[in-house]
Design a protein around this ligand. Structure first.
Ligand SMILES: NC(=O)c1ccc[n+]([C@@H]2O[C@H](COP(=O)([O-])OP(=O)(O)OC[C@H]3O[C@@H](n4cnc5c(N)ncnc54)[C@H](O)[C@@H]3O)[C@@H](O)[C@H]2O)c1
Length: 249
């Protein structure tokens, strides 16, 4: 039980990678809080693992502060933050507009800043804590139809390194995972939003992996659990690709 007696907070834990991560962290012994735009979904997954579920909009810093305060009251101070909530609106960049930029950057980049800002002072004060950010291979290699999302995820990778440098002296580690194509509603949204073209974008990502397959949410959850645990005690500022070898640097 690598996470015994720790409290974890997973954003976007009602679905996909976040739900798999909440289940995995609980199986490793953590008390798990889940915040999601989908409050009912968060409560449902939380009920399964005897955790705490609440409403959260990561794009709203006040909501992030309130959700972290509620989780802290229910389960104790957050030892492990998993910044997982994310979304995309697939469109070629020339067809995107400022509303799309603000929305996609607001959730995927600003949301990571807001939740980190809500937990970090307490982690510094207590001299312990781990943050795992869910970035994306899109932030390393760029993803067609997802330029703004790629920019946000590259931002998350840079943010991860800066927080690792600022927080090491306080006993806090910060790392990221960069998933490749993972079978979740988000990935399959490409086809829902762009039709045949979206299906081809997804297949293109799968063909770009060395393993020539998509991944399962549990395969990302396993990497997050490793980074959250003391098995990764000398690892900070890193982005671990969990992508069937899509990129190899
Ligand atoms: N699926 C993939 O192929 C893939 C690849 C690389 C990275 N990712 C990243 O993995 C993370 C999880 O995505 P997923 O694939 O499991 O998608 P998903 O759609 O299954 O789950 C995303 C969850 O985030 C929640 N959410 C969305 N906006 C939110 C907000 N503003 N505040 C709080 N919660 C919000 C949703 O309600 C949902 O429960 C995201 O950061 C995504 O960018 C996914």
């Amino acid at each position: 039980m690598r996470l015994e007696a720790r409290t974890a907070f997973v954003t976007g834990g009602a679905s996909g990678i976040g739900a798999a991560t909440a289940r995995r962290l609980a199986a490793e012994g953590a008390r798990v809080a889940i915040g999601d735009l989908d409050e009912a979904g968060a409560r449902e997954v939380a009920a399964e693992i005897d955790g705490f579920g609440c409403a959260l909009d990561v794009a709203d810093a006040a909501s992030a502060r309130a959700a972290v305060a509620a989780a802290t009251e229910a389960l104790g101070p957050v030892d492990v933050l998993v910044n997982n909530a994310g979304t995309d609106r697939f469109a070629f960049f020339v067809r995107s507009d400022e509303e799309l930029w603000d929305f996609v950057l607001g959730v995927n980049l600003r949301g990571v800043l807001a939740c980190t800002h809500a937990v970090l002072p307490s982690m510094h004060e207590r001299g312990r804590g781990v943050i795992v950010n869910v970035a994306s291979e899109a932030g390393r290699v760029g993803s067609q139809g997802s330029a703004t999302y790629s920019a946000a995820k590259a931002g998350v990778i840079g943010f991860t390194k800066a927080i690792a440098r600022e927080s090491a002296r306080y006993g806090v580690r910060c790392n990221a995972v960069a998933p490749g194509p993972i079978e979740t509603p988000l990935l399959n949204g490409a086809e829902a939003q762009l039709g045949e073209l979206g299906a081809r974008l997804k297949q293109g990502m799968i063909d770009a992996t060395a393993m020539r397959r998509s991944g399962e949410p549990e395969e990302i959850a396993a990497a997050i659990a490793f980074l959250a645990s003391d098995d990764a005690s000398y690892v900070t500022g890193q982005t671990l690709n969990v992508s069937g070898g899509l990129s190899m640097w």
